[in-house]
Design a protein around this ligand. Sequence first.
Ligand SMILES: CC(C)(COP(=O)(O)OP(=O)(O)OC[C@H]1O[C@@H](n2cnc3c(N)ncnc32)[C@H](O)[C@@H]1OP(=O)(O)O)[C@@H](O)C(=O)NCCC(=O)NCCS
Length: 221
Amino acid sequence: MTAVRQRQRDLGLPEAFEWVHDNNPELLAVARSAGLSVLEAPLMVLDPTALPPAAELGGPAVRILDPAAPGFATDVAVRRAVAAVGFAAPGTETGAAGPTARDAALVELPVDSLDEERARTAAGGRISALVEMPGEGAVASGMALRVDDVAEIAGIATLPSARRRGLGAAVTAALARRLLDDGTNLIFLSAGSDEIARVYLRVGFRRIGTACIAEPAPAAL
Ligand SMILES: CC(C)(COP(=O)(O)OP(=O)(O)OC[C@H]1O[C@@H](n2cnc3c(N)ncnc32)[C@H](O)[C@@H]1OP(=O)(O)O)[C@@H](O)C(=O)NCCC(=O)NCCS
């Protein structure tokens, strides 16, 4: 693991490891002894028969981003800003940060990143979603990464000011529904904690194991 970290550093890549704990339980001790901080995340797979119909969930419409639309660049920047503000307030509690914080986090994407995002989206390898509310703009977002008939849902985030209204569940369900409609057979995700896993449980995901996500521990102050 130390050698791989050195190689990641040499290549300018993030020092990060992910594995399924149930398949390789021995890696947990190795990662910790290498000084990495390890998140043990509920690994969940969608049971398609348990995905509630959109009408049953209620709530606002979820917009799937269209790579051919003129507003795609702005939409992607907004999705990233919502995620940045959402992940800066971990957990599921509500908070003060809302549309003003999102707008302050907006960053225009470099042209090559945007081209890559557009190409991946057009090819079906990436699906992005936003929930917009009147007077608030985009308040929740998420994405899916797909390879052939397998996809991971990731980056589900709701602005703290808009939490506990069912938006995180609605974004997850809309992405799952689109993936199923596109012929995806296996849809999985790693939940950040047991409490976050409850959001996914309600839209048909079932825990099948533990995903370990290891990164360098934050430097002590
Ligand atoms: C996790 C996260 C996306 C959930 O978003 P959310 O929009 O608040 O999710 P939901 O509203 O669907 O569900 C959250 C809770 O609100 C409750 N809720 C849903 N609709 C509600 C309503 N109308 N009134 C009251 N409570 C409601 C849900 O039952 C759930 O309660 P629980 O914690 O007891 O299970 C959000 O908290 C977040 O962005 N966290 C930080 C980023 C993160 O960790 N993302 C997940 C990575 S795996």
